[in-house]
Design a protein around this ligand. Sequence first.
Ligand code: SF4
Length: 734
Amino acid sequence: MTASREETAERLRRIMASEGASIEHNTKLINERHYAALDQLEDDRLERLRERARAIKEESIERLPELIDRLRERVEENGGTVYVADDAADANRHVAEVTERAGAKTVVKSKSMTTEEIEVNDHLEANGVDVYETDLGELVIQLADEAPSHIVGPSLHRSRADIAELFSAHFDLDEPLETAEELTTFARDYLAERIAEAEVGMTGANFLVAETGSLALITNEGNARKVVESTDVHVAVAGVEKIVPTLSDLEPFVELVARSGNGQSITSYTSVFTPPVSTPPLNGSDEREFHLVLIDNGRLAMRGDDVLEETLYCVRCSACLNSCANFQHVGGHAFGGETYTGGIATGWEAGVHGQESAAEFTDLCTGCSRCVNQCPVKIDIPWLNAAVRDRVNRTGDDSILDPLYEGLTPDAEPGGVDLQKRLFGNFETLAKLGSATAPLSNVVANLGPTRALAERLVGIDRRRDLPTFRRETLRDWFEARGGSAVARGEAAVDREVVLYPDVYTNYVDVDRGKAAVRTLEALGVPVTIPPVPASGRAPLSQGMIETARRQATTVHDALAGHVDEGRDVVVIEPSDLAMFRDDYEKLLEPDAFARLAENSYDVLEYVYGLVVQEGADPGALADPSAVGGERVAYHSHCQQRTLGLEAHSVAVLEELGFAVETSSVECCGMAGSFGYKSQYYDLSMAVGDSLAEEFEAMEYDHVVASGTSCGEQLGSVLPESGRPPHVVELIAPR
Ligand code: SF4
């Protein structure tokens, strides 16, 4: 392992050991509430809310300069001031002037990530002003002198016992505080005194309304209201992207932010008001001031950036963080930058702090896509990470090994791409070579010195089992048997399949490919397996986008003729199906994307269509009596679940008489190349252990998994079960 890989591994281990348990407990708890809150919505209401929210954000960012002017006019008409700050220093200078003019010695604040971004507390304190955070989580990290670990729950990494200890160390307590109620009561009383003595109240803003000059604060503690009500000078600090055109535009967000962020139908305090408010301040003065500080700090440049602009749609609900398996184990102190946390932090950090900040952690997004359906404004967070990774790749220094790579690999990348990424991004080349020279290649790859060298040079962790390449590929086998056993003219159904020979099925896991062929033929469908190259998934996950684009085009060209002749494309590996149905939208022309997306199927989705929808006779498929037991423990691949295809496998298994129990963890933790990388191996195994715990609590006769990575990981964390088969291997005719 190189020093930097070892340092990364060590840092992740340290954070997992100190903060992992609290982060995992808290994020999973929020997720349970979040998913239940979404289930309460009738029919397609969630989707309609998301569509509307997305459209409002698209319009708002499109019209941003005009909306800034409109908001300024309104706020000034209402009696407030507006300052558009170019950057953090500009914003802090202005805030300091406002507090100085107010003669403030004390500022009380409600929670605001934007004020964390500009580090306003440090600046005010350097000017002799005491700043008190009044949100409980923010108070905790202020006392601990830490950065937030989560954009909604800044102290999510700390347990109740931790917080009790922190309070004991900072306050002169009569008795130690133990329960959550004791801690919150103490904090409330302590903060009430600070709020009463403060001259200036500072808030962020969840939304700003250009039409009226109104401000929306969505909170659960009521402290933001107190901060505004009690002080006569209100300073609101917000990014320019928070502006929406009209009051009615707030509607979808009020519901979505509450459900996505905390699993509530509405937060405890949802305040929409137009400052300066007319009620007299509680501190006795008779006039209120309102100062709005709009922060650019890179946002206006993000607006025209084809990768980063989508980040400006983010409403910082945190659903993507909570649904991320890696985040659940390390939290934002590892999976985050200077201010922001989680997968979306890549966009925020690259935009406001610079690409180097994002480069530190973007590889922790494995592209599992579990966040995609959770985002209320439909941001494609995995794509954002891949695209920023691509930019980071292009800033690398050339290596002395680049000429060697360039001679051996067919990729479209420049020199300087990290060698580990380049190796995994060219897995197809490796697989062809490994298969052509098997079994010798497998023996050599597993020799101690080879593993040591591979770990040192390219960071392949020696604790991870390597794939075993097969000399006879799936296509070799298929041709040797004379092609399809069902002739076109004799087909029992009016369908024909082209089975996509993904790299893993073709060169490594040939048995699942054979099982798919036998299963489809048993249902009366003619099958063909043409030579089709890799989908581009491997380079895409390394941020090698030009290589992925080139492979996507080649795959399309190889399959287009089959599709045009009426054949259905059936895919075994879910991550490749996700390329065809989702990622290719970014890599191909619209017609080419639609051609593949609309005619490609997961193998079990296809079997479901034949058996359950078209009435094909499943009699030749294996049932529980043929395989020795009916209880199936099933882990569906993350991208398969994002595509909504887990249910099809379950339905087919149940149709055949199996009793199925499914796992609920978001991802197995292997995620393609991620689990092989020495800097991430321990994190990968920690995520895998959460999956193993679920399986250990089940009673089963068979463990099955639908993805290559899932099978490898389950084989590692449940060694007594061996490497589990794909569902199609369980049901294929014996
Ligand atoms: S990217 Fe989407 S899910 Fe993540 S915090 Fe932003 S709005 Fe929420």
